[in-house]
Design a protein around this ligand. Structure first.
Ligand code: ATP
Length: 446
């Protein structure tokens, strides 16, 4: 069977819209640049992506969860360096008026030129702060300014002591969080890859100074295994080390996990050794000591932080890109001679099984509804009775449903249904009494 993988993003964008994964935000008004809405399937899928990360992080004894507010005390962002330093150098092309990040410029004869029109007539860079500003309360003056958080990490740092004390955590331990972040990106784009509103999944792991590089290596390995385990093709993944020039001011070491998107190798996740920078800054700006007393060693210190930070939307996009395939079925199959499959692992599929009655006649409908209600107690199921069975299978393949359950007239007689597998297209006849066990087993060992 000949298989082709995704090689242009537009194909995926169109599938996402057609099948209810992702829609352009405010589309009836012409859309809002770089903002996207997850449709019914996308919402379920994104929830599954978050669950996979949350489970990997918090179902271990040394990591706990947190859900901090988006709005924080404005001094947080002074301490973190975002008010003064979270900016990108912005340049304008005088010829075509394109505005872009200086590091996105193209190079011609050793000179920076506009990446859109190639003109060398560009302005000097100006710094542009990426934080969204708003006002808290009814008065819109400087004292009421608050920011939409540009990263979730600071909510974790300022709660370090609350968490350590209330949960009686001993170092090394970590805090994991999933939540929205906002950055007024100069050049958003590539669908949900870079947007101005996005969700982050971050984990900060607090360690004793001196053990930090060892933990950094451990976390690199742990995160690499996570990507392998969730089914991303390993040849599409690589590490990229930040050189001394790319390192953020607070970082002692940084590696990105990159994925090869249809538009090239790009960062999926950052793994950083942030030293004691953040806790020290918050101690300085708040005037309160933030220290950890190590009972075993009988010493006090400011912990170092190893951070793993991945965009939920970006991981969701990588999973979709990786799962998309077109298959030519030799000799034609039940679906004709080609089909599109979203080969998601069942844990990510928005629908695990769909009930397909072969006819809309009442006794079949009744039995199908009963099967639906029964399965819906445990898994996400769908029900589809319109169009030919071939077309319905094709739709389920395209949205990544692992199993289709066909109910036919024979089912009324023998209390059995046909279960079709997405990847092999093989079919099994299963007794209704065994259906739940069969499905749960198949989803686990797909
Ligand atoms: P970049 O250099 O691409 O702007 P970054 O290095 O500033 O990204 P981090 O601050 O390390 O990114 O954020 C951690 C993760 O959050 C990134 O690896 C990415 O997955 C996600 N992320 C960051 N910015 C965006 C964005 N604008 N849209 C979607 N996801 C984002």
């Amino acid at each position: 069977m000949a298989v082709t993988y995704l090689n242009d993003l537009a194909t995926l964008v169109s599938l996402c819209k057609r099948r209810g994964y992702v829609f352009q935000s405010s589309e009836v008004y012409g859309g809002l640049n770089s903002c996207w809405d997850y449709g019914p399937l996308g919402a379920n899928f994104k929830f599954n992506v978050k669950m996979a990360w949350w489970k990997a992080m918090t179902r271990r004894p040394d990591i706990v969860g947190l859900d901090a507010a988006i709005l924080m005390h404005p001094t947080v962002w002074k301490a973190s360096g975002h008010v003064d330093g979270f900016s990108d150098p912005l340049v304008d092309c005088k010829a075509c008026k394109n505005r872009f990040r200086e590091d996105h410029a193209a190079i011609k004869d050793g000179k920076k030129v506009c990446p859109k029109c190639g003109s060398g007539d560009i302005t000097a860079p100006r710094n542009f702060n990426l934080m969204f500003k708003t006002f808290m309360g009814p008065v819109e003056d400087e004292s009421a300014v608050v920011y939409l958080r540009p990263e979730t990490a600071q909510g974790i740092f300022v709660n370090f002591e609350n968490v350590a004390n209330s949960m009686r955590k001993k170092i090394p331990f970590g805090i994991a969080q999933i939540g929205k972040s906002f950055r007024n990106e100069i050049t958003p784009g590539n669908f949900t890859f870079r947007t101005r509103e996005f969700e982050q999944m971050e984990m900060q792991y607090f360690v004793k100074p001196g053990t930090d590089m060892q933990w950094f290596e451990t976390w690199k390995e742990t995160r690499w295994s996570f990507y392998k385990q969730i089914g991303i093709r390993e040849n599409k993944l690589r590490f990229n080390e930040h050189g001394p020039k790319e390192l953020a001011h607070y970082a002692r070491a940084a590696f990105d996990v990159q994925y090869e998107f249809p538009f090239g190798w790009q960062e999926l996740e950052g793994i950083h050794n942030r030293s004691d920078f953040d806790l020290t800054q918050h101690a300085k700006f708040s005037g309160k000591k933030i220290e950890y007393f190590d009972e075993a060693a009988k010493e006090k210190y400011v912990p170092y932080v190893i951070e793993t930070a991945v965009g939920c939307d970006r991981l969701a996009l990588a999973l979709l890109c990786d799962a998309y395939r077109e298959e030519k079925v030799e000799g034609g199959g039940e679906d004709g001679d080609s089909r599109v499959v979203l080969g998601l692992k069942p844990e990510f599929a928005p629908i695990k099984a769909t009930i397909l009655p072969l006819s809309k006649k009442e006794p079949l409908q009744q039995l199908s509804h009963k099967i639906f209600a029964d399965l819906a107690e445990d898994i996400d199921v769908d029900y589809d009775e319109s169009a030919s069975i071939g077309k319905r299978y094709r739709r389920q393949d395209e949205i990544g449903t692992p199993l289709c359950i066909t109910v036919d007239f024979q089912s009324l007689e023998d209390q059995q249904v046909t279960v079709r597998h997405r990847d092999s297209m093989k079919q099994d006849r299963i007794a209704l009494a065994q259906l739940k066990t069969y499905i749960s087993d198949k989803l686990k060992n797909f």
